[in-house]
Design a protein around this ligand. Structure first.
Ligand SMILES: [Zn+2]
Ligand SMILES: [Zn+2]
Length: 361
């Protein structure tokens, strides 16, 4: 029996979604139907909404979410109806070489994408589910392996933000960059992801944390959450200021904007032996131009999907860091809208009005 619910349907890139009734099919083996409680608007959603990354339309955007399990398919043992859950767009098969070597974000199973083709019915026809989640809807039909149970005491917003934003920033620091205690770290971009990285750098005992953004209000939050220095990229040249404030540059630079220019800047502020990690999504065709003479002395640059997160291993630890106060989550949820105001919510996120704009169900 199909499940009917309200959803924000995007039919054309660059146009606001419309609020419509859609249908989701019953969960099959290994699938779970989740009633959405909170969803954040991530920069990735804005890229797909604008058409920067092509995606089959119509679809329902949104991938950073929390909710409550409604019904489960055959063989599901990880969660039960009534459980509160984080819904993460990173699913995994648990069998391929990438999965068994701890790199589930690079899972090579092609079946997951197949399952996303007939989960949503829009106008009575199959519409492609977005990133295996489609969170801007009252219900989500997802893989059991996309879910992390949420303990009591963690808010719905915090749970949603641990599905992408904070987890992406924190996993990049803890799994990929791995700063040593006392290290100098620069973070380009102080949206939810960048602020996750800043807080994780503080938790990892970095002694210098430079936050770079062009929005004053985000730099204020960055300072509150652990940045020791802030650079207003709308006024100052971040490369000059970071180098001036650290002497020889930083050991770790994190790019959380998604632009080739900030990726190049992240590389340019590295001290000898430093590593830059690009976790923003660079548009197709973007090329990062690096100053050739600085590539010597052991500097490196790499990219990552969600900080190489191992969802079932990392996210419960990040939940504990939120519960014990090392990571602030609710502080990042600065604006709330009902699903019916999704157009305004996307505008807010696009114009970087707060830190994270949330849809509350
Ligand atoms: Zn995201
Ligand atoms: Zn796999």
């Amino acid at each position: 029996m199909p499940h009917t619910c309200l959803a924000a349907v995007t039919r054309q890139p660059g146009t606001p979604p419309s609020i419509e009734m859609i249908e989701l099919r019953d969960p099959r083996a290994g699938e779970v139907l989740v009633r959405t409680r909170s969803a954040g608007i991530c920069g990735t959603d804005l890229h797909f909404a604008a058409g920067t990354f092509p995606y089959p339309m119509p679809t329902v955007l949104g991938h950073e979410a929390s909710g409550v399990v409604e019904t489960i398919g055959d063989g599901v043992t990880w969660v039960n109806p009534g459980n509160r859950v984080i819904v993460c767009d990173q699913t995994f098969c648990g069998r391929c070489a990438q999965c068994v070597s701890g790199q589930m974000v690079y899972c090579t199973d092609t079946q997951a994408k197949q399952r996303q083709r007939d989960r949503l019915l829009i106008d009575g026809r199959p519409g492609r589910q977005y990133l295996g989640v489609s969170a801007f809807a009252e219900l989500m039909l997802v893989d059991e392996n996309s879910l992390i149970p949420v303990p009591d005491g963690l808010s719905d917003d915090a749970a949603a933000l641990l599905s992408c934003c904070i987890t992406t920033g924190a996993a990049t620091i803890f799994n990929v960059a791995r700063p040593r205690p006392g290290a100098a770290v620069a973070v380009f971009g102080c949206g939810g992801v960048g602020l996750g990285a800043i807080q994780a750098a503080r938790a990892a005992s970095a002694s210098t944390i430079v936050a770079v953004d062009s929005e004053k209000h985000r730099l204020t939050v960055a300072k509150e959450l652990g940045a020791t220095h802030v650079v207003d990229a709308g006024i100052d040249d971040p490369v000059e200021v970071v180098r001036a404030s650290t002497g020889i540059g930083v050991n770790i630079a994190v790019e959380a904007v998604g632009l080739a220019i900030t990726a190049a800047q992240a590389f340019s502020v590295l001290a000898p032996g430093g590593q830059a990690v690009v976790l923003g999504m660079l548009p197709p065709g973007a090329e990062i131009v690096l100053p050739g003479r600085t590539i010597r002395q052991g500097r490196g640059i790499s990219g990552t999907i969600m900080g190489n997160v191992r969802t079932r291993e990392d996210i419960p630890r990040f939940i504990d860091l939120v519960r014990t106060g090392s990571l602030a989550a609710d502080r990042l949820a600065t604006t709330h809208y009902p699903l019916t105001d999704i157009g305004q919510a996307l505008d807010d996120a696009r114009s970087r009005r707060g830190v994270r704009t949330m849809i509350r169900f």
